[in-house]
Design a protein around this ligand. Structure first.
Ligand SMILES: NC(=O)C1=CN([C@@H]2O[C@H](COP(=O)(O)OP(=O)(O)OC[C@H]3O[C@@H](n4cnc5c(N)ncnc54)[C@H](O)[C@@H]3O)[C@@H](O)[C@H]2O)C=CC1
Ligand SMILES: O=C1[C@@H](O)[C@H](O)[C@@H](O)[C@H](O)[C@H]1O
Length: 342
């Protein structure tokens, strides 16, 4: 393709607006030609100053707008399935923000639609795979230098959660990143989930079970623990330590300046994911555009989105009922490699 990739952006809230800016400023080879958001005032504001962009209140109308070659889905998760199925029906490449869908049944319908096409169109927005530190950890683990990974210790903290956040969303929205990262880093499917609930923080909104401790067991016998705490109040922290047979490796400790002053040490903590993962989002969108222009798809697949949804669902059952809940995955279509590993 010699022309820039014509992109329709569905949803121009927090993430959609950030990706819209990215497609204009940071990532070459693409041009936003349509946006859709039921909040049309927001959509008009988001494209102010841009030329030749059509604004739609309806997502499907945006897909049919002139010049659309590909779709970036940044609407709330409940709207993803309809957009993904419509994109598949039109043969349009998609970058879909995580989670793929709110539940595994919907995710499986998306997987089946793509598998029927016989080619990948969908990349899921698990951007940590494009983060330099995560990529370095993956390379190290794959090299075998540290031996077999035994444990992953993960931390996922946000300053505060959005008003619509529920106790289940700590798992289905926030921990979905650790689910994908663990499957990817270890190359293994997650087979069971156990959620432990400490007494909630006094600073969490009433009724929100925050923090939570989420434990995964994998097909290869590794164990992953995730502390998720979305109203920690002080900063955005994402860490991961891999403990292996011959050593350990940790990422996520240092991102800014370290100041030694007044008899102490101070280190900046990122405010949120848009800051912490800015480079990762840039690489993610750049990789998507480059692949879409060549008629390919890269990065986390619809199958990865489905697997994350199924694991999260088991986690939500454990959160509700207690105990260890087994993850039941459907058979993996040949399009995604068939077989067992993640
Ligand atoms: N990769 C990451 O680190 C992050 C991913 N996300 C994901 O991005 C997606 C969007 O989240 P936010 O931007 O935080 O939400 P948001 O609430 O800030 O924005 C969502 C926008 O979508 C619009 N919208 C609602 N229904 C729509 C539809 N059917 N079609 C098109 N637009 C529609 C809303 O009016 C709103 O403007 C979610 O899937 C969320 O999980 C969110 C934060 C970080
Ligand atoms: O995807 C994201 C949000 O939706 C989620 O709510 C946050 O906890 C994550 O850190 C962020 O990356």
């Amino acid at each position: 393709m010699s022309e820039p990739l014509g992109v329709a952006v569905l949803g121009v809230g927090h993430m959609g607006a950030d990706h819209l800016r990215r497609l204009g400023e940071t990532v070459g080879g693409a041009r936003v030609v349509a946006v859709a958001d039921p909040d049309t005032a927001r959509a008009e504001g988001a494209v102010a100053g841009r030329e030749r962009v059509t604004v739609h209140s309806d997502a499907l109308a945006a897909l049919d707008a002139p010049g659309v070659d590909a779709v970036l889905v940044a609407s709330p998760e409940a709207a993803h399935e309809e957009a993904l199925l419509a994109a598949c029906a039109r043969g349009l490449p998609v970058l879909c923000e995580k989670p793929l869908t709110p539940d595994s049944a919907a995710a499986l319908r998306v997987v089946e639609a793509e598998a029927r096409l016989g080619r990948r169109l969908i990349q899921v927005g698990f951007m940590r795979r494009f983060d330099a530190e995560y990529a370095a950890l993956k390379t190290l683990l794959d090299s075998g230098d540290l031996g077999r990974p035994l444990l992953l210790h993960c931390v996922h903290r946000n300053v505060s959660s959005p008003p619509h956040f529920t106790s289940s969303m700590l798992i289905s929205s926030s921990v979905s990143h650790e689910i994908d990262a663990a499957r990817w880093l270890l190359g293994q499917e997650i087979t069971s989930v156990t959620v432990v609930r400490p007494t909630p923080s006094a600073h969490a909104p009433a009724g929100l079970l925050d923090p939570q401790l989420v434990l995964f067991e994998t097909a290869g016998g590794a164990v992953v623990d995730v502390e998720v705490f979305v109203n920690c109040g002080f900063g955005y922290e994402v860490r991961c330590e891999a403990v292996c047979e011959r050593g350990s490796a940790r990422i996520g400790d240092a991102h800014g300046m370290v100041v030694h002053a007044a008899g102490g040490t101070r280190e900046d903590v990122a405010r949120d994911y848009v800051v912490r993962f800015a480079d990762a989002y840039d690489r993610e969108v750049r990789a998507w555009v480059a692949a879409a222009r060549e008629g390919r798809a890269v990065g986390p697949s619809a199958w990865d989105g489905y697997a994350a949804a199924a694991v999260a669902e088991a986690g939500v059952v454990s959160l509700r009922d207690g105990g260890r809940v087994t993850v039941d995955l459907a058979g993996r279509p040949a399009l995604y490699g068939g077989g067992g590993g993640a």
